[in-house]
Design a binder for this molecule. Structure first.
Ligand SMILES: Cc1ncc(COP(=O)(O)O)c(C=O)c1O
Length: 499
């Protein structure tokens, strides 16, 4: 006896002697295939035979065993095989002739296997522009020191589960429907309240769009506000996700250097259509854009009728004093688009971010969202809104800020103590990662050595567009690591010897 996985049945291995010799081998192998184990027995018989006819294992004119014999051999009821044959006859696969038997009725010409296409697939110009950026993937496993991951081991899952169940109970049916493309209204209100209280952002819920991610926001901004060849000022070094979004839309990047006061505008640079900034905590150097520079850039944007995109990606995590209010709070002319994400403050797979746009842009952005993906998942928007409105978000941020602050201190101390022979840490008033400079020309070799020791050290050089400005360094993520994990990983890096 053996088991037929398709049917989960015991069957006599000698059943080939019991059925029509024509079918014996075919049926043995066909019904033995481990796929399609779901569905009713009738549907499983049907799909096995359909598959066999499609792939040429059964050909036109071939005779099948009677439904009685097939039923016996498979150990199923005759009603099942009879129903399966009738169904396949109705579909045109089989023909049943009274007194003669059941035959395969069609011949499906097998198409030649798909040739292994050699060379590039034919993509549109836009498609090529997108692919050429190389994309930007975030690490699925926050191994030390992958950058930018929150610690999900301490996320209040029980509470989240409770709020999810509560939302389903209270408004389950509504939340299962299509939703507002601009975002679930209570969440937009909660976000408007949160960013105006904590970041001084000037807005109401009508200006808030709830999106899947900052990346989606950047893609929408690029598509709606840039034409081919438009100049985009980018911090140098800067965030690759933004760079990719703008170049994908045909924007021409203009690298603008960053010093200890942030982006340094220069009148000699080509006039911008858009300026992308991370003012509260520059990515990746960690510096804050000074008030004087903020005012200067706002005036410049107004002069050139340019947009400013303020990416406030991790302002929740500021450890030494208060961060400056958002730049948007200084905007008097409606030039600033303010961007925030829940990827760091809650969890990345939530896929919720927000964009606060000047009133004049609300309608266009909402319409564009309908062309992209409609809206974000209603249930998660409702749960997030409740999480904020019931005060859990503020408490969670307070707790995580303390936790991350102590981890930042620990990493800084460990780097000073054990990696001082080749790494120079930069100020890290906030954020989830620490940048360290490395001796010139050594990033690649040191990164390879780290990798051999099982440590991931995201590089800084790749975040520059201009080769001669490039500085070697690492961006070490600390937020997802316990003190013990930080210590162990730094100890491994301490074994590296710089030239
Ligand atoms: C500057 C900056 N903006 C945005 C993000 C990501 O946000 P999201 O996951 O919402 O795309 C990151 C992630 O590391 C970032 O560094």
């Amino acid at each position: 006896m053996t088991i037929l996985p398709d049917f989960g049945l015991m069957i006599d291995t000698h059943f080939c002697t019991l059925i029509s010799p024509i079918m014996a081998n075919a049926l043995l192998t066909l019904f033995y295939l481990p796929e399609h184990t779901s569905g009713t027995l009738r549907e499983r018989v049907c799909s096995t035979l359909r598959r066999a006819i499609h792939n040429g294992a059964l050909t036109r004119g071939q005779r099948l065993p009677s439904s009685r014999i097939l039923a016996k051999d498979l150990g199923v009821s005759r009603v099942t095989t009879e129903a399966a044959y009738s169904q396949l006859e109705a579909e045109g696969y089989l023909q049943r002739r009274v007194g003669q038997g059941t035959f395969v009725a069609i011949c499906i010409v097998k198409s030649p296997p798909v040739a292994n296409v050699i060379g590039e697939p034919h993509l549109s110009l836009r498609g090529r522009q997108i692919v050429q950026t190389g994309g930007c993937r975030d690490p699925e496993h926050p191994l030390p020191f992958a950058a930018g991951s929150p610690d999900l081991r301490v996320f209040p899952l029980k509470l989240w589960k409770h709020l999810t169940a509560q939302q389903l109970r209270l408004r389950g049916e509504t939340l299962l429907r299509y939703g507002d493309p601009q975002g679930y209204r209570p969440l937009r209100e909660a976000i408007a309240g949160y960013v105006s209280q904590t970041r001084g952002v000037n807005c109401d819920a009508q200006q808030v769009l709830v999106l899947t991610s900052s990346q989606q926001a950047l893609q929408l901004i690029a598509t709606l506000l840039l034409d081919n060849g438009d100049k985009v000022w980018m911090e140098e070094p800067g965030y690759r996700g933004a760079r990719n979004a703008f170049t994908s839309a045909g924007g021409e990047l203009v690298p603008v250097s960053v010093d200890e006061a942030g982006m340094r505008a220069d009148d000699k640079l080509p006039a911008p259509r858009l300026i992308y900034l991370t003012p509260s905590h520059q990515y990746p150097t960690g510096v804050a854009l000074s008030l004087a520079r903020r005012l200067e850039l706002l005036a410049l944007a107004q002069r050139h009728r340019a947009w400013i995109v303020e990416d406030d990606y991790d302002s929740e995590f500021h450890y030494d004093g208060q961060p400056m209010p958002a730049m948007q709070s200084l905007d008097r002319h409606g030039n600033v688009l303010y961007l925030g994400t829940f990827s760091k403050a809650l969890f990345p797979s939530l896929r919720l971010a927000y964009l606060v746009v000047p009133p004049a842009l609300v309608e266009s952005f909402t319409t564009a969202r309908t062309v992209y993906d409609g809206h974000s998942a209603q249930l998660m928007q409702a749960v997030t809104a409740e999480f904020i409105l019931q005060g859990h978000f503020a408490a969670h941020i307070r707790y995580m800020r303390q936790l991350y602050s102590s981890r930042r201190d620990q990493l800084l101390a460990q780097v000073h103590e054990k990696l001082g022979h080749y790494a120079t840490p930069q100020p890290a008033a906030g954020g989830l990662q620490l940048s360290v400079w490395l001796p010139p020309g050594q990033e690649s070799a040191l990164t390879q050595q780290a990798q051999r020791l099982g440590v991931i050290t995201p590089g800084l050089a790749a975040l520059y567009q201009t080769a001669n400005l490039r500085r070697d360094g690492w961006l070490l993520g600390f937020s997802a690591l316990t003190p013990g994990e930080i210590r162990a990983a730094v100890e491994r890096l301490a074994r590296i010897t710089a030239r």
